[in-house]
Design a protein around this ligand. Structure first.
Ligand code: NAD
Length: 250
């Protein structure tokens, strides 16, 4: 198993991609700290993974756009496990809208949840990793970071922020044997992804745009996340890797 004896934090693990990554890491033997803003889904997924895969799972409920949550995750992880090996910053929201109609409070909220949370978590958990001189940080960006879509300018801007924050941070952290990379999913069948998939015409257009000929499912993201979390990826630094069935080639 690739992640035996490793401890991994996954934010926004109560649904979609975060849940699939948490399951993927549990299958490879990792113990988990699972966060979500929804208490119910955080507790449910934690119980389900613990009983199915027989790994230790610590649920930590909270809004990762708040420093108090990042500190709580750090403190509870340290108390339960004494160290941390892997951090997956996955929690995110989509607030769509044309720029001319976009509300200022929506701009602030989407940046808080999608971008500031990544800074806060990398800073708080990064402090533990720097002390240990070991860590793998995986930030979930989007192909929207490289090629934004209509009505998703704010979202694309948050995901570009995550991607370039990760690139710059990877240079700061590499000397401490901490790898920072990001993953750029395409259009994924999750509650968040429904903004692109609810409309059958748009759904069909996405299928046609995808050389693999189907819409992505959350499990498509687990393999790369496990690889980037494992020692096999020790020389991979500051990359933003697409997992999109071939939609984008850069
Ligand atoms: P999802 O809505 O299925 O899951 C997101 C989870 O994050 C939910 O459980 C939600 O409760 C949690 N969450 C939201 N705000 C939070 C907060 N402030 N603090 C803690 N938890 C919070 O969405 P998903 O599609 O699985 O998205 C996961 C990540 O993947 C996001 O960062 C998203 O931007 C990114 N992504 C998704 C797609 C897609 O098409 N679905 C494409 C590219 C990137």
């Amino acid at each position: 198993m690739k992640l035996e004896n490793k401890i991994a934090i996954v934010t926004g693990a109560g649904s979609g991609i975060g849940k699939a990554i948490a399951v993927g890491m549990a299958k490879e033997g990792a113990s988990l700290v699972l966060n979500d803003i929804s208490e119910q889904s955080c507790q449910e997924i934690s119980r389900s993974i613990e009983s199915t895969y027989k790994v230790k799972v610590l649920p930590v409920v909270g809004d990762v756009s708040l420093r108090s949550t990042a500190v709580k995750i750090k403190d509870e992880t340290r108390k339960q496990f004494g160290r941390i090996d892997i951090l997956v910053n996955n929690a995110g929201i989509m607030i769509s809208g044309l720029v001319l109609d976009y509300k200022e409070e929506d701009w602030d909220r989407i940046f808080l949840v999608n971008a500031k949370s990544v800074f806060l978590m990398c800073q708080e958990i990064g402090r533990m990793m720097v002390q240990q001189k070991y860590g793998k940080i995986i930030n979930i960006s989007s192909i929207g970071a490289k090629d934004g879509a209509i009505a998703q300018a704010a979202y694309a801007a948050t995901k570009a922020a995550v991607m370039n924050f990760s690139r710059a941070l990877s240079k700061e952290f590499a000397p401490y044997k901490i790898n920072v990379n990001s993953i750029c999913p395409g259009v994924v069948e999750t509650p968040l992804g429904q903004v692109n998939l609810n409309d059958p015409v748009k759904r069909q257009r996405f299928i046609e745009m995808t050389p693999k000929g189907r819409i992505s499912v959350p499990e498509d993201l687990a393999g790369l996340a496990v690889f980037l979390a494992s020692d096999d990826s020790d020389f991979i630094v500051g990359q933003a890797i697409n997992v999109d069935g071939g939609i984008l080639y850069y």
